[in-house]
Design a protein around this ligand. Structure first.
Ligand code: PEP
Ligand code: MG
Length: 573
């Protein structure tokens, strides 16, 4: 069976099914709604206590970034709007607390899910997690004891929540499989941090497995084998041994430089969405921040974040990096990231619509506030400014003009900033890649955004699960565009980096290196693996391989070639 590889690694073990109790909630009329409110408040209090305990446990055993999930659960539990709606419903309709909790939570879940983006889907998982907890307390039913599995197991569930993962028996959990969920759910993030291999979104797997079945989890490819034949088991046990040896060798790489066997220095940077992600950056030895996705600061607010708040946020990151580069991307809103408080009318094609730099150039008052905050933060370290979604030179020129006006304002006000601050563009629209020779003359750097570059080059919505087979980082057309951008950057004497997911793909790293990419920015947890690969490569040997890739006609051919290349370099996965 196949699902989504949500946390890398391999597990071979016996199945333990985590049946969530099917809680049937009925609408009941109650004589004394005040009593129901009392029951509801007691359940909320207990839930709050449980969440606080989980928070402390995760903080101690995993880290502050992951514990933050439970902090936000605690906040949501105290959210006056959420609580108020439930209590009002109990009183107005004289109904049982369980029904009110379920109805209000289901409503919220539906709203979040209809927003159709991964971030909001994660929020809906949070609401599910919290309401399940409160419902269990109201109904006084317990769950399966995930904290004591007894023997080494692969947990298979319909749904696995962040709370479930935080409780997992760490010594005995070999892997996780769930029918729902995807790569960017909080559960997937936690599984990755705990380094538990996980495959999510395996449809109907519970119809095919029994407790005690032998199962293989391949967290990288998303493949799951139920009661596999001996040959498959032997193949995966071999891979597992290699993977274990590889993981061990990774910890030795901390503190080492990222340099190829023939002395080419590469910068390995991290993508972050908030100062909370810095712990992961340091844990994984990130050498810079290659992409700070500032839109999450806007998404986490109920109104536009003011200049001072943005300044503090950026300054925290810049200071924490102690002089190492921090590339701050200006607001990249729109597409799958909507800001409700901007009240932007619905569009037929949001990914092709009013978003990112287009919105900022139209709403310059918003853009200027952010540029002021970024420039002010530049006085505290090495800041670089990155404009997203640039598709024409006119847009770039307009953005730079506003940047210069903002600098002038700060000078007049006597506010310090780094006069030599670099500015560059995301190359994520094919027109920018094709015209990169012109763009290269007007920017300090390029950062290739493959996530969008792929979707716009092959005309496949990056979030559409039905078309995921067409959305490939190995598509030769995408690779040709990447090569064009790198060549044009080199010719103009500017540096070229990449902050799309391709930068952290072990199979693509050798060819990207061969093409001359200088900076690779990725999820922090992929950094050590990337360094290990790069330290084992000789750039001069890879130039030919990069040429060869560009002559291949299909994504499948490219992927085969890249896989074989990685294997021939004698690197285990
Ligand atoms: C990209 O498009 O490759 C990118 C890094 O930006 P985002 O994923 O935030 O669109
Ligand atoms: Mg993008």
């Amino acid at each position: 069976m196949k699902g989504i590889g949500a946390s890398p690694g391999i597990a071979v073990g016996r199945v333990v099914i985590h049946w969530k109790e099917q809680i049937d909630i009925l609408r009941e009329f109650v004589e004394e709604p005040e009593r129901e409110i009392g029951r509801f408040r007691t359940a909320m209090e207990f839930a709050g206590e449980q969440i606080r305990e989980t928070y402390s446990r995760v903080l101690e055993t995993v880290g502050p970034g992951e514990a933050a999930i439970f902090k936000s659960h605690g906040l949501m539990l105290r959210d006056p709007d959420f609580v108020g709606q439930i209590e009002r419903m109990i009183l107005d309709e004289s109904i049982n607390a369980e029904w009110a909790v379920k109805t209000v939570a289901d409503n919220l879940i539906q709203i979040f899910e209809s927003m159709g983006n991964d971030y909001m889907k994660a929020r809906s998982d949070d609401v599910k997690d919290i309401s399940d907890r409160v419902l269990k307390l109201l109904l006084q039913v317990g769950g399966v004891d995930l904290s004591n599995l007894g023997e080494k197991s692969v947990v298979v569930a319909r749904e696995i929540t962040p709370s479930d993962i935080s409780q997992l028996d760490r010594d005995n959990t070999l892997g996780i499989i769930s029918e729902t969920g995807g790569k960017s759910s909080h559960s997937a993030i936690l599984a990755r941090t705990l380094e538990i291999p996980a495959v999510m979104g395996v449809r109907d797997i519970l119809d095919y497995v029994e407790n005690g079945d032998l199962i293989i989890v391949d967290g990288e490819t998303g493949l799951v084998f139920i009661n596999p034949d001996e040959e498959t088991v032997a193949r995966y046990e071999d891979l597992l041994a290699k993977y274990e040896c590889f993981k061990k060798s990774l910890s030795d790489i901390r503190g080492m430089s990222t340099v190829t066997l023939d002395g080419v220095e590469i910068e390995l940077a991290a993508n972050v969405a908030s100062p909370k992600d810095l712990d992961d950056v340091f844990k994984n030895d990130g050498e810079a921040i290659g992409l700070y996705r500032t839109e999450f600061l806007y998404l986490d607010s109920s109104l536009l974040p003011p200049e001072d708040l943005q300044f503090e946020d950026y300054k925290n990151v810049v200071e924490a990096m102690e002089g190492r580069p921090v590339i701050i991307r200006t607001l990249d809103i729109g597409g799958d990231k909507k800001l409700d408080y901007l009240a932007i009318p619905e569009e037929e094609n949001p990914f092709l619509g009013y978003r990112a730099i287009r919105l900022c150039l139209d709403r310059q008052e918003i853009f200027k506030v952010q540029l002021r905050a970024i420039l002010r933060a530049s006085a505290f370290g090495c800041v670089r400014i990155l404009f997203p979604m640039i598709s024409s030179l006119e847009e770039l020129r307009e953005a730079k003009k506003i940047l210069e006006e903002t600098k002038e304002e700060l000078r007049t006000e006597g506010i310090p900033f780094d006069e030599s601050v670099q500015s560059g563009i995301m190359v994520e629209v094919p027109s920018a890649a094709i015209l990169s020779d012109y763009f290269a003359k007007e920017v300090d750097f390029f950062s290739i955004g493959t996530n969008d570059l792929i979707q716009y080059t092959v005309a496949v919505d990056r979030g559409n699960e039905k078309l995921s087979h067409l959305y490939s980082q190995y598509h030769p057309a995408v690779l040709r565009l990447i090569k064009t951008v790198i060549d044009n950057g080199r010719e103009a004497g500017i540096w070229v980096g990449m902050c799309g997911e391709s930068a952290g793909d072990p199979k693509l790293i050798p060819v990207l290196l061969g093409m001359g990419l200088k900076e690779f920015s990725m999820t922090a947890s992929s950094i050590l693996q990337a360094r290990w690969i790069i330290r084992n490569l000789r750039k001069s040997d890879l130039e030919q391989a990069a040429e060869k890739v560009l002559s291949l006609p299909t994504a499948e051919d490219v992927e085969h070639y890249c896989t074989a290349l990685l294997q021939s370099l004698n690197l285990c996965r």
